[in-house]
Design a protein around this ligand. Structure first.
Ligand code: GDG
Length: 482
């Protein structure tokens, strides 16, 4: 029976070793949820790194880990400390991530890291090649594995390969600065279908293919050697029902109330004019956190009537904390929060509640359902699922989403208040508009947003990608038989 092999940097599992005891549990991220049904079907396999380096595992523990992983229909790619440093923290997160998010000045172009990136993509290829059987489909995910499609295609030209990029593809003017630009493009072109979140990223990719590789591009099809590579956009959705139902249960009076919810309620019960503005992101420079804080300060100065009334709840989830830019960002964020709270706080009011940690899912729902406004303002973001999750939890159809134009999600969420995240004026006007928006208008906007998110959820996204890949495969057969 043909199977689908999913490949991503990390396996959808949380593995930890505590007092020599091994714990394995499924992870709950967007990708893991979206691919759940694809992975569960037939004898589907997921290939990726377990999260534990080779050095942390002795031979017997390694056997045990692999056995547990295989039980979950997964296959591990072994990575050493050096691989992790140079391929993941290095080339993926210090070269590709900043470059693809337009932070050119943060990008490091180190040859040793490039060599590690090639070596690790080859390691992934070896595990995938061991797993492939005739008629299988391979679906590769994200920027850590841009070379993988071609490495597989070179050995198994008969296998259908899809590739999806979860981050933006930058414009040609940015991409052309990259020293290994030809290798990255040809690596991706090993796939039969290449997917992006938005039409703009698709367009940028096609433009780089035309201008750097000088290949023939016909609308969204590239002729590469004797194959046709199709390029298309598939905006990723969320598990809408999971968030919507969690919010319904949460609002049920019989449900246990969390400590966090009690604190939130205490503030909201102080009066009808008390409001929460919410932001949730990984602490990443692409998410526009310092700008948001400075803009919030500007807002409080421009509209002083909101002092002692509104509070910004900012959840920043620790991320890549051993990369210097992330450490600097953490210091800058701490300082800004301290300064703004110091400037405006009164005995009974602190303008910003700042959490630097990851919260359990139930608390995430507490925050989404208690916030009158979501302020999601990345300076650059492939999609942004938080914006979609906020909308899914608004079961009473109230609440307003303020969303950056620079997030891929903005392309499908026109009923949000869209702003330029670099304009403090835009921020202040949008916040005032959101906080005074009549309920009827909130309802009308939410209704349309919810309808769209419900229709195109993450499962639909995965199915649509795979069915387009299947069509592309048939197109290939027609080209070959001509
Ligand atoms: C990349 C791209 C693209 C956040 N804090 C907590 C928590 N989360 C969950 C959210 C959401 C996910 O993490 C974050 O997803 P985003 O899409 O917002 O951002 P990235 O992590 O940067 O993801 C992005 C995405 O890939 C998919 O293609 O949209 O553009 O950068 O699901 O709910 N979950 C829990 N506790 C937290 O504290 N449990």
């Amino acid at each position: 029976m043909n199977k689908t092999i999913i490949v991503s940097n990390r396996l959808p599992l949380q593995i930890s070793i505590e007092q020599d005891k091994l714990n394995v549990s499924p992870s709950v991220g967007g990708l893991a949820t979206g691919m759940k049904s694809v992975h569960a079907e037939g004898n589907g396999v997921w290939v990726g790194w377990s999260g534990i380096t080779d050095e942390e595992l002795d031979a017997s523990l390694k056997k045990e880990v692999n056995a547990k992983i295989e039980k979950e229909k997964c296959k591990a790619v072994g990575l050493t400390e050096e691989d992790l440093n140079d391929y993941y923290l290095g080339f993926s997160n210090r070269t590709l991530w900043p470059l693809f998010h337009y932070f050119l000045e943060y990008s490091e172009f180190e040859n040793t890291q490039w060599e590690a990136y090639k070596r690790v993509n080859q390691k992934f290829a070896e595990v995938v090649l061991e797993t492939i059987e005739e008629g299988d489909t391979v679906w590769v995910h994200d920027y850590q594995l841009l070379l993988l499609p071609q490495l597989i295609k070179d050995v198994r030209p008969d296998v259908t390969i899809g590739f999806f990029l979860h981050i933006p593809f930058p414009s040609y003017e940015i991409f052309r600065t990259f020293p290994w630009r030809e290798e990255i493009l040809t690596g991706m072109l090993g796939a039969d279908l290449i997917g992006f979140h938005t039409y703009d990223y698709e367009r940028h990719f096609l433009s780089s293919v035309k201008r750097i590789l000088r290949l023939d591009v016909n609308f969204n099809e590239i002729t590469y050697h004797d194959r046709i590579v199709k390029v298309d956009s598939f905006p990723m959705g969320i598990d809408y029902n999971k968030f919507h139902e969690a919010a319904l249960t949460h609002n049920n009076p019989d449900t246990n109330i969390s400590e966090l919810q009690k604190r939130l309620d205490a503030h909201l019960n102080e009066g009808d004019d008390k409001k929460f503005i919410l932001s949730i992101d990984r602490l990443d420079y692409t998410k526009g956190i310092p700008n948001r804080l400075k803009a919030f300060e500007h807002f409080l100065n421009t509209y002083p009537q909101y002092k002692e009334k509104v509070r910004l709840i900012m959840l920043a989830v620790p991320s890549r904390s051993n990369v210097p830019q992330y450490q600097r960002l953490k210091r800058e964020t701490d300082e800004l929060v301290g300064r703004i709270n110091g400037e405006f706080s009164t005995v009974s009011w602190t303008p910003i509640w700042y959490f630097y940690r990851s919260l359990p899912f139930e608390n995430l729902i507490d925050l989404y359902t208690s916030s009158d406004v979501a302020l999601i303002t990345p300076v650059r973001d492939g999609m942004n699922l938080v914006a979609k999750e906020y909308v899914a939890t608004r079961t009473n159809l109230d609440g307003v989403l303020i969303l950056s134009e620079m997030a891929g999600a903005a392309k499908e969420m026109n009923e949000a208040i869209l702003i330029n995240p670099n304009s403090f004026e835009d921020f202040a006007t949008a916040l005032d508009k959101a906080l005074t928006m009549p309920l009827e208008e909130q309802n009308n906007r939410m209704k349309i947003l919810q309808k769209r998110l419900k229709r195109y959820d993450v499962e639909k996204w995965a199915k649509e990608f795979l069915s387009t890949l299947e069509d592309t495969n048939q197109l290939q057969e027609i080209v070959v038989s001509k």
